[in-house]
Design a protein around this ligand. Structure first.
Ligand code: ADP
Ligand code: ZN
Ligand code: ZN
Length: 722
């Protein structure tokens, strides 16, 4: 007998076809079954979907409906909860359900034929993904294999997690032992429930080897080598497929991964951990721009899994959600203020008033002295500046020429190391001209500075300093100071970051210069000084989240300092600022995140900003700025002319503010003009309802005269940058 099925497929974005298609099948296939279906001239991967929850698009002409080509036998159907998660994500983030579902599956599942997949399944169990990880686990094994006795704060946090449904916000200082709490929560879960699975997420690929080492060391001896698998975009496609299949079959008990892992198929999921939950990398920058943190909370509710969000500097959203229940809080806040062990002392924060330093000084005199002291004692320092390259602009003083990118509304950055001008937005790269391209002046000069110039400058300032032979035996007495740099430019090749970090750990570096990349998560034991050279920009940024990001970055950086018990007591964080009295720095000096958060939340409440309002952005791209803006403004005007006439929309529309279209902060990238429109509402539900309906208007506008010349448009719900 013939059955009619709804099948999700990946169709090109905004294809008129839609992403839910009808197929016929001789056998009844349950929703969640993976199938191959014909689409145009080819076969493609599809997921059988519940006909009640997804409307197939296109006319239903039984004559024209094609048959399912085959099923992926050996892979059990995706669970109902997984289907619900995908459905929710597609609705909330205003993307087609087929796009979200197919993007959530490993790429090889789409590419391989059922026969090839059968072969993979037979080939057996997943293997470890990287030799780095094995090396790292050996080092860590001794330390982590045996669980330490818990501190009272850790014990309390675990007891709370055990006794309450959550979600939990684990608010713990850097070094307070949050990771140990995650390990123990997973351990207790696996011991209690012989099938349960846990998902542990970290924001960055770079942090996964470290985490995987700790989890493998703890769980491999207990449950065997296939217990822990990783899922992140740094893995090859075959590796990802292996991990995915292992999680889907419940063979893997623990999945470690970056944001994409939130969609991993885990039929026995009982616990989700989101480490460094405040990190912006949890928000996807393309396709369905989902927040993996928010999806984790939703998924936890859906599957009855406990959710633990952890951070030393939570996002203001999570902080707000974890206010006392009596005030409307929905998360349970667990506090671990103390650092573990003898390194318990938090570093001293020092502000250097740059108003009293020589003009144009990059390093204040006291900071330079402090770095020299560290060198003399054989300790390490870390200096960070959030701008890579040598100088952000090259400039001709004669005629005013600047190194603008011909394709973007941005300057090209001068990279001295290979004498190039590189656009960090479109990638356009050229050799540095010998003379000013406009007036021929041979004396073109760098303006401002990036990490490359900072490294060079610091090496000059420290040229006369001699360091003792205490760090490493490889160098004779009285060697010159070793300054090294870590940023996106020095770590382009695979493995380079790991080897550079290893050099820092081995003590082969005295002063480390870098971008925020070095401030995150890495456990540097011998660093006793961390300095932020020029962090003031964020205090006056037009981006209302800039202070939040700065505070968390500086707290993270402070957490890098003084991790070695014997050195903890004298570790320091230096801030060079023209605003020494700024409340942000005052709160930082006290390591007082709650005070900072409360000031920020008060300001946000007064200004009507998130988390007190819900926001969405619609972005539009065209060759001309006018075209992009006209499209957005037309779609906005249609709301007045069309939707406003429907009485049923009145309660929703009265809660919606549509702002006029404006150019994006970087208006032109790779010769494409970009505009955006902000949509705001005090009610998330109203915003959701509105966006759902407005989608159709946007599609219609795109087809009409105002859509002419438009390249693309997309909605970003809960945008992180406005
Ligand atoms: P966080 O994730 O909060 O920064 P970690 O979990 O990495 O902190 O813990 C910091 C350090 O303290 C690690 O080296 C860890 O092994 C150690 N540690 C954590 N908990 C304990 C404990 N209860 N007893 C001894 N050492 C611990
Ligand atoms: Zn010139
Ligand atoms: Zn460019």
């Amino acid at each position: 007998m013939t059955h009619w099925l709804c099948v999700l497929v990946q169709t090109p974005a905004h294809a008129s076809l839609g992403s839910v298609l009808s197929y016929r099948s001789e056998s009844l296939l349950t929703p969640g079954t993976l199938v191959r279906v014909p689409l145009g001239k080819r076969d493609t991967l599809g997921v059988v979907w519940d006909a009640a929850s997804a409307q197939a698009t296109g006319e239903f002409d039984p004559e024209k409906i094609r048959s399912v080509a085959g099923t992926l036998d050996g892979i059990s159907p995706l669970s109902t909860a997984w289907q619900q998660l995908v459905t929710f994500a597609s609705q909330y983030y205003q993307r087609s359900i087929g796009e979200v579902a197919l993007a959530a599956l490993p790429p090889q599942l789409r590419e391989l034929s059922p026969v090839q997949i059968q072969r993979r399944l037979k080939r057996g169990k997943p293997v470890k993904t990287s030799s780095d990880i094995e090396a790292a686990s050996t080092v860590l094994a001794a330390k982590d294999a045996a669980a330490p006795d818990l501190s009272p704060e850790q014990a309390n946090a675990l007891q709370q997690i055990d006794a309450n449904p959550g979600p939990f916000l684990l608010f713990g200082a850097t070094g307070s032992g949050k990771t140990e709490v995650y390990l123990r929560a997973v351990q207790e879960l696996l011991a209690r429930d012989p099938h349960a699975q846990a998902l542990v997420m970290v924001p960055e690929i770079n942090l996964t080897p470290q985490l995987e080492a700790r989890f493998s060391a703890r769980f491999t001896p207990l449950y065997g080598p296939d217990t822990v698998v990783s899922l992140h975009s740094g893995m090859t496609n075959p590796q990802r497929l292996k991990s995915w299949l292992s999680a889907h079959s419940s063979a893997a008990r623990i999945v470690l991964g970056t944001r994409m892992a939130v969609f991993a198929s885990m039929p026995q999921l009982r616990l989700i951990v989101v480490d460094e939950e405040h990190d912006p990398s949890y928000k996807s920058g393309e396709g369905a721009r989902y927040s993996a943190r928010d999806m984790a909370v939703y998924r936890g509710k859906l599957e009855g899994a406990k959710v633990v969000l952890g951070s030393a500097t939570p996002s203001l959203e999570s902080w707000h959600h974890s206010r006392p229940a009596a005030e409307g809080g929905r998360y349970l806040r667990l506090h671990m203020p103390s650092r573990i062990g003898a390194s318990a002392a938090l570093p001293l924060v020092r502000r250097v008033d740059m108003n009293h330093q020589p003009r144009h000084a990059v390093f204040s005199i006291p900071l330079l002295e402090a770095i020299k002291d560290r060198v003399a004692r054989g300790e390490q320092s870390m200096v960070f500046l959030n701008r890579r390259g040598y100088a952000p602009v090259l400039h001709c003083a004669e005629c005013g020429w600047k190194s603008e990118c011909p394709h973007c509304s941005a300057f090209r950055v001068f990279h001295k190391i290979d004498r190039t001008l590189r656009c960090h937005h479109c990638g356009f790269t050229e050799r540095v001209p010998r003379a000013c391209p406009t007036c021929g002046n041979p004396d073109i000069a760098p303006m401002g500075r990036g990490t490359e110039r900072l490294e060079e400058h610091l090496a000059e300032l420290l040229a006369d300093v001699r360091r003792p032979n205490t760090i490493s035996d490889a160098f004779p007495q009285g060697e010159s100071v070793r300054v090294a740099r870590i940023d996106a430019d020095t770590t382009r090749l695979k493995g380079e970051l790991q080897s550079q970090l290893a050099a820092v750990h081995a003590g082969d570096v005295d002063v480390l210069v870098g971008t925020q990349m070095i401030a995150k998560g890495h456990d540097f034991r011998r660093i006793t000084l961390v300095a932020a050279i020029n962090p003031d920009g964020a205090l006056f940024s037009s981006d209302f989240r800039a202070p939040e990001r700065l505070f968390s970055l500086l707290m993270q950086a402070a957490g890098r300092s003084g991790r070695d018990a014997s050195l903890g007591a004298r570790s320091e964080v230096w801030i060079q600022t023209f605003q020494p009295a700024h409340p942000l720095y005052a709160a930082l000096k006290q390591h007082d995140y709650p005070r900072f958060a409360s000031t920020q939340l008060t300001e946000r409440a007064q200004a009507g900003l998130p988390p007190f309002t819900a926001q969405a952005l619609v972005r539009a791209e065209a060759r001309e700025q006018d075209v992009a803006q006209a499209f957005l403004n037309a779609a906005s005007a249609s709301v007045q002319s069309d939707m406003a006439h429907w009485a049923e929309w009145e309660p929703v529309l009265s809660q919606i503010t549509l702002y006029p279209a404006v150019p994006m902060a970087i208006q032109r990238v790779a010769n494409i003009e970009r505009a955006q429109m902000l949509v705001e509402s005090p009610s998330r539900a109203a915003l959701q309802q509105f966006l759902g309906a407005w989608q159709a208007v946007l599609h219609a506008t795109r087809q009409g005269p105002e859509g002419k010349g438009l390249i693309r448009w997309a909605i970003d719900v809960d945008p992180l940058a406005i």
